[in-house]
Design a protein around this ligand. Structure first.
Ligand SMILES: [Fe+2]
Ligand SMILES: [Fe+2]
Length: 379
């Protein structure tokens, strides 16, 4: 398809049946997506985009090896990890002592288990999102018209393979394996990959999904003291910051040339992706596993908002909004995206530093090498 089918209207943003949705076959191993993008050779090999050349050189210098650069021998204490994790995922304080909550019968044991499962679920969605990024970036090497972008995307393919590798290994060796992909994340990845416009792959993946991931990794990295997870996240974030910058640099050039109608379509896409990530990315699988009806949880939370949980969800947009603004999407046309982001409660991040400005400072791999010398990443 050439345009994204709109599944959302203003009215159904908070509809319970669009938040908790049917999962596809839980035994599915392969998932097929029909893709009909134009694949572009370019015979123009001239290096004409200095910002991308610089990013590509950095990516080549800051590669790391997941096998040898992370302390896999670390014994992970899951109980301790869960205690830390309580600070990043609110324990739904509003549900704790309310006799009307669907969790009314839960005691400390159930809440502790819920926290551990939520952490495993979160890392599992990181894993699946990373595979989405791997696929998107492989696609971009073929569909983007510029040689500098093909070069850069090729380094990102390697980065994403490494990210799938590290989250997969962490879940397998240090936790009880991965949860399946969340149905909402799967729908979003499907829509991004299906779309035949090359810039939508970037907008969906580099700006929205990776922008959210960068913020989420940052929180988890800040709060965890588990040395393996901490270093893993620090190195993954180094790469992710470049990936988001890749989106900003590329789309800034393209979007300055698009018509008003074309920009409007991109604004719609950004909004729909934001709604999916803000209001719908709900851990229904964890509630189901814990024996609680996820729709009952959504209904309860809609009438008993949990301020901690809402703040956390909102903070995940701290990297997305300034980048969307830098692309000119926030205020283009009638400024409706600004209004919609205001309604979603995420507009306050618009003046944060954009990722093109900060990717250099997030390069932990280069920082370690400068501190200890080349090969330091192995330490
Ligand atoms: Fe990644
Ligand atoms: Fe990435």
């Amino acid at each position: 398809m050439t345009t994204t089918e709109s599944r959302l209207t203003g009215a159904d943003v908070n509809d319970v049946d669009s938040i908790v949705i049917e999962r596809s076959d839980p035994n599915e191993i392969l998932h097929t997506i029909q893709q009909e993008s134009e694949v572009l050779f370019t015979w123009d090999y001239k290096r004409s985009r200095p910002a991308l050349v610089k990013l590509y050189e950095k990516a080549k210098r800051s590669q790391w090896n997941a096998t040898t650069d992370l302390p896999w021998e670390t014994e992970v204490d899951r109980e301790k990890l869960a205690v830390e994790f309580r600070q990043t995922v609110a324990r739904f304080d509003v549900m704790q002592d309310d006799p009307d909550a669907p969790t009314a019968k839960w005691g400390d044991k159930e809440w502790d288990e819920f926290v551990i499962e939520t952490q495993r679920w979160t890392l599992s969605q990181f894993l699946h999102g990373e595979q989405g990024a791997l696929i998107c970036t492989g696609l971009i090497t073929a569909t983007v018209p510029w040689i500098d972008a093909k070069y850069y995307a090729a380094t990102q393919v390697m980065d994403e393979a490494r990210h799938v590798e590290v989250f997969g290994r962490y879940l397998e060796e240090k936790m009880d394996g991965a949860y399946p992909v969340n149905p909402q994340l799967k729908l979003l990845l499907d829509d991004i990959i299906k779309d035949s416009r090359w810039d939508i792959t970037y907008l969906g993946m580099q700006i929205m999904v990776e922008g959210l991931a960068l913020a989420a990794f940052g929180f988890m990295h800040m709060l965890t003291e588990e040395p393996l997870l901490k270093k893993l996240l620090r190195y993954v974030m180094s790469d992710e910051a470049r990936h988001v910058a890749f989106g900003v640099i590329s789309l800034q050039e393209l979007y300055s040339q698009l018509s008003a109608a074309e920009i409007k379509e991109r604004q719609e896409f950004a909004y729909e992706a934001a709604v999916r990530l803000r209001n719908r990315f709900f851990a229904q699988d964890v509630w189901e596993r814990m024996g609680v009806d996820p729709k009952a949880v959504v209904r309860f939370l809609q009438t008993h908002p949990d301020p901690m949980e809402e703040m956390f969800q909102t903070m995940l947009f701290s990297k997305i909004v300034p980048n969307v603004k830098k692309l000119g999407l926030l205020d283009a046309g009638d400024g409706s995206l600004r209004k919609r982001f205001t309604d979603l409660g995420i507009i306050q991040f618009e003046n944060n530093t954009d990722t093109e400005q900060e990717y250099d400072s997030l390069d932990a791999v280069a920082a370690d090498a400068a501190r200890i010398g080349p090969g330091a990443a192995a330490g």
